[in-house]
Design a protein around this ligand. Structure first.
Ligand SMILES: [Fe+2]
Length: 119
């Protein structure tokens, strides 16, 4: 998969002072433990961690993607009504980089967040 087009991606302006719209849409990345090169570790991406996002036919999160820099790692497709927009990926890295999470809301578009990860 190619990277999401930068022109349509929305980013949080201040993670410590998010608007309600940002709280519902920014895909927060949690990394479990201290990653080590070549060993699996868990990355959880949570949309609506601070303010729940709806999971209804009219308004829902369609997918959550995870990238390292510009390399696609994984996608979690979501079905409204059955899923909560939170995805756990077990990944393994050989080099440090920037983990980027993307999500798509069917009404409010694409949102992204990123964190540096060292291994
Ligand atoms: Fe939304």
């Amino acid at each position: 998969m190619s990277p999401h087009p930068a022109s349509v991606i929305q980013h949080v302006k201040d993670i410590a002072n998010m608007s309600d719209m940002e709280k519902k849409h920014v895909p927060i990345i949690d990394i479990e433990g201290t990653p080590r090169a070549g060993e699996p570790f868990e990355v959880t991406v949570w949309v609506g961690k601070e303010m729940a996002h709806p999971s209804e036919a009219e308004h829902h999160i369609e997918f959550i993607d995870l990238y390292l820099d510009n390399s696609f790692i994984a996608r979690c497709d979501l079905t409204w009504g059955f899923t909560y927009p939170k995805a756990c990926f077990s990944i393994m890295l050989d080099n440090p980089g920037t983990l980027k999470a993307y999500e798509r809301c069917n009404i409010h578009g694409d949102w992204a967040y990123s964190v540096e990860v060292s291994v």
